[in-house]
Design a protein around this ligand. Sequence first.
Ligand code: 48N
Length: 275
Amino acid sequence: MSALAQLPLDATFAPIKEADVSREMTTRYMQDMLDFAEVDVVIVGAGPAGLSAAYEFTKHPEIKVALIEASVAPGGGAWVGGQLFTPMVVRKPAHLFLDDLNIQYDEKENYVVLKHAGLFTSTILAKVIASSNVKLFNATSVEDLIIRNGTVAGVVTNWALVTKAHGTQSCMDPQVIESKITISSCGHDGPFGATGVKRLAELGLIKSVPGLGALDMNAAEDAVVAKTQEIIPGMIVTGMEVAEAYGTARMGPTFGAMLLSGRKAAILAVQQLKG
Ligand code: 48N
């Protein structure tokens, strides 16, 4: 008989002190902040591109990664952040990424369809969170960059609610995470869209942010993956932030480019770190 089957319907819980719950949560969270104050890679944004990059890093346990997400719930436009019609279309050959995650899908000649985007997001998120080297900090905003001699050397973070309230109160003391490489996957939409490259433009480190082009699925996905690259020393741009940074077309509700762009950004970072 399974352990669960042995559980009586009216189980009695073991006693606990309320303060112990706080101590357990606080000590672990604060230790994570101490342990991840200096990392090899910071990924800004846990949408499909950022999560795909993070998943690639789980295959490199020697590389320390902080994944920062402003929303309470990661996922971005892949489900929680933007999908009413929840089946997810992924064009080949990005279905091979789904095979690596062992995700089921309906197969057509040139693409596959997941019955729900949440199948992708929850599966990849579970693997990233279970990893030994990638730490997710959600409800946390990257509100600025650390720049040394024209190179991105890390990020400035704050609780997302504090960042959103900056207009109503003086700036609260932020935290910093120093990193060798920053992967910016801030997407194209919402209050935080493309914040990485927009900050580079404000600082004059890139000329401009042309913004994403109109929708053309066939042109957009190849272009986003092709242009996933280091935009200035220390920062690699991935996902829809690439379309914002280089003015390439948008693809609408197909996600293959997010998976392959995120994977490419991580592989470029691994190559840089390994020299
Ligand atoms: O899903 P997004 O917005 O971005 P990507 O690039 O991972 O995936 C894009 C995809 O969802 C689409 O938009 C699809 C393909 N549609 C295309 C189209 O043409 O319409 O995720 C970005 C994540 C979000 O969860 C943000 O909350 C987060 O990044 N974020 C940040 N988190 C912390 N600090 C920041 N400064 C920040 N900026 C964005």
